[in-house]
Design a binder for this molecule. Structure first.
Ligand code: GDP
Ligand code: MG
Length: 195
């Protein structure tokens, strides 16, 4: 079979996705699009596992801070009064911390999803990071409405139901991080797709 049919991506159903009872719905939407679930498990992550899941480099952390500042500008909010600073490099670590607290607040479901352009197609099915901007028909657009304006005020991460890798390289890294060096991938032929 062509390697193109076997691109893999990593998906993590976040605490709000699990607690809203959306696990089945999420799996259904991937399978409906002719993607295959080739590994899956519910588990309770440790703080350390989540800390190692999100990048630690200053570029990624500063980007988180910049995205936050962009929201403050767009909605005329006062970053100085919420964070005590307007520096992206100082705001980024705080958002990353909120993210870790959120991700350990309930069990998660981890999975490997395989198929044609799996990385891009899964992100398309999920919808964009900000639920209030997500179109209907996407998971985030159909089941959530959170925005950074309210999440930042409440000092918590945006609740957006699931995480999915952004590039094939990130996917490989995350699959190995969450499933180990030799991930337990199941190989089966999807009826009507693989034959
Ligand atoms: P993703 O790949 O779509 O999940 O988005 P990112 O990798 O950019 O960000 C990681 C996670 O951080 C997001 O899924 C959100 O839960 C959270 N997040 C991102 N930007 C913001 C923000 O501006 N404010 C808050 N409170 N959380 C954010
Ligand atoms: Mg990301």
């Amino acid at each position: 079979m062509s390697a193109l049919k076997k691109e893999q991506t990593f998906v993590l159903i976040k605490p709000d996705g699990v607690r809203k009872g959306l696990t089945g719905e999420i799996i259904r939407r991937f399978e409906q699009r002719d993607l295959k679930i080739v590994a899956i498990e519910m588990f309770q992550p440790t703080r350390e596992q989540i800390d190692n899941h999100y990048p630690k480099d200053s570029a990624w952390i500063t980007r988180l801070g910049e995205k936050t500042l962009a929201t403050y500008q767009k909605y005329n909010l006062d970053a100085e009064s919420d964070f005590g600073t307007t520096e992206a490099a100082k705001i980024g670590p705080e958002i990353r911390n909120w993210l870790i607290n959120y991700m350990i607040s309930a069990p998660l479901v981890r999975m490997v999803v395989q198929g044609i352009h799996a990385v891009d197609v899964v992100r398309k099915i999920a919808g964009p990071t900000m639920p209030y901007l997500a179109d209907m028909g996407t998971i985030r657009g159909d089941f959530s409405i959170d925005s950074p304006a309210i999440a930042n005020k409440e000092k918590r991460a945006i609740a957006n139901i699931l995480h999915c890798s952004e590039t094939p390289e990130e996917a490989q890294h995350e699959i190995n991080h969450w499933f180990g060096k030799n991930p337990p991938i199941f190989d089966y032929r999807r009826f009507g797709v693989d034959e």
